[in-house]
Design a binder for this molecule. Structure first.
Ligand SMILES: [Zn+2]
Length: 240
């Protein structure tokens, strides 16, 4: 089960689908080995039982073509940047050995997302230290961290690059819809359900990113370091 190409490590089940579902579906269709790691089980949500949420998360991963998904089982609603919360992640990183890690951007409104961003960064660094908790596995450090802005921050955060996900847009929408217990309107319910709120903001963000590169739907990423380019003439996209 070792040596994944990509690991998507996000705070709550359905965060990855909403933010990078298209990119994961694209990479999976290329035969890349992808792991999804949820930091929590989303148990603070008022909808669904832990069992239905776990089944929905597995189904969403299947729709995206992702072979492996697991939850670290940290407490939803109170993620904290502590050794207690980093160490299970250090263990997972050393076991899965992903070359590239997708994680939440550091500027976020939800406190769990802020903590998740820092936890994944810190754990990725610590996992590479030979003398840090050798009982958690052999030292390993991911090569590249790709930060993903939330849909609400999409207007403010300038992406380093955008992935064209137009061809897999319906797959992404289907994967999100797999979280039926989170999104279904139950009898007698009058308040806006999460899908009513998420779907338009997700779609606006994807159209905004897509527009930046001249396609219908895109997913934006940020890297702290500049991208390395070895061939200027092969750069894709247009400035006009
Ligand atoms: Zn979340």
């Amino acid at each position: 089960m070792a040596d994944f190409d990509i690991a998507a490590i996000f705070a709550h089940p359905d965060d990855a689908e909403l933010l990078v579902g298209g990119s994961l579906a694209l990479e999976a269709s290329r035969g890349r080995r992808i792991a999804m790691v949820d930091l929590t089980r989303g148990e603070s949500g008022t909808r669904g039982t832990p069992e239905t949420r776990a089944a929905e998360a597995a189904e969403a991963a299947r729709i995206l073509g992702v072979a492996h998904r697991e939850s670290v089982g940290l407490p939803d609603g109170c993620l904290a940047v502590t050794a207690e919360h980093k160490d299970p992640l250090v263990e997972a990183l050393r076991r899965l050995r992903p070359a590239v890690v997708l994680l939440q951007h550091w500027e976020q409104r939800h406190p769990d997302h802020v903590a998740a961003s820092r936890l994944v960064y810190d754990a990725s660094f610590l996992a590479g230290l030979r003398n840090y908790r050798p009982d958690l596995g052999a030292a390993f450090r991911p090569r590249k961290l790709l930060y993903v802005p939330s849909t609400t921050e999409a207007a403010e955060v300038h992406p380093t690059f955008v992935v064209d996900v137009t061809s897999v847009w319906e797959t992404k929408v289907k994967a999100i819809a797999a979280f039926a217990s989170q999104f279904a309107r139950t009898a007698g319910e009058t308040v806006a359900v999460p899908l009513d709120l998420f779907r338009p903001s997700m779609e606006v963000a994807a159209r905004r990113y897509g527009q930046r590169i001249g396609v219908e739907f895109g997913e934006g990423f940020v890297t702290r370091e500049p991208l390395t380019v070895s061939d200027l003439a092969s750069l894709r996209g247009s400035s006009f």
